[in-house]
Design a protein around this ligand. Structure first.
Ligand code: HEC
Length: 122
């Protein structure tokens, strides 16, 4: 799993100076539902449009994975959840199964989105 994140990191830098118009990325509905539920329960308290801790507004990101910028942000979200950095320690911990499910859904989605970006770069 972390390999995907590293690739995305590198990709985000290599694309830094390009403004390629990417197709609107479409999520699998089941994955989107899993991720949305998790974010609403564990993240929106601090990262919605009203309260943007760390200047992160997950709500207005609106599940957009159609650009380099967005892929970078979503890969950070995956990373924070995976490492247990977010939600912060003082908050309720997500259940292990819940965490596993959200990471799977995110990783699968990032992987497909990454391929799409890669194809469009060729
Ligand atoms: C209790 C408030 C709170 C909750 C809940 C919370 N965060 Fe955060 N988050 C913060 C604060 C404060 C920062 C900025 C300071 C920091 O990085 O610790 C931050 C920063 C971040 C960043 C930016 C880090 C970076 O440098 O790229 C990401 C990504 C993030 N949070 C993701 C999440 C995700 C995903 C969730 C839900 C699983 C979540 N956060 C839940 C308070 C919160």
């Amino acid at each position: 799993m972390p390999k995907i994140i590293i690739i995305l990191w590198l990709l985000s830098f290599s694309l830094m100076n390009h403004s390629s118009a990417l197709n609107k990325f479409v999520w699998r509905q089941t994955d989107k539902a899993v991720v949305k539920k998790f974010l609403v329960q564990h993240c929106y308290d601090c990262h919605d449009t009203d309260i943007q801790k760390g200047e992160l507004d997950l709500e207005s990101m609106n599940f957009d994975m159609s650009s380099r910028d967005m892929l970078y942000k979503w890969s950070r979200v995956h990373e924070m959840i995976e490492h247990g950095d977010m939600p912060p320690k003082k908050k309720n911990r997500p259940a292990a199964q819940e965490k596993e499910n959200v990471l799977k859904a995110l990783a699968r989605t990032l992987q497909v989105a990454y391929k799409q970006v890669e194809t469009l770069m060729e």
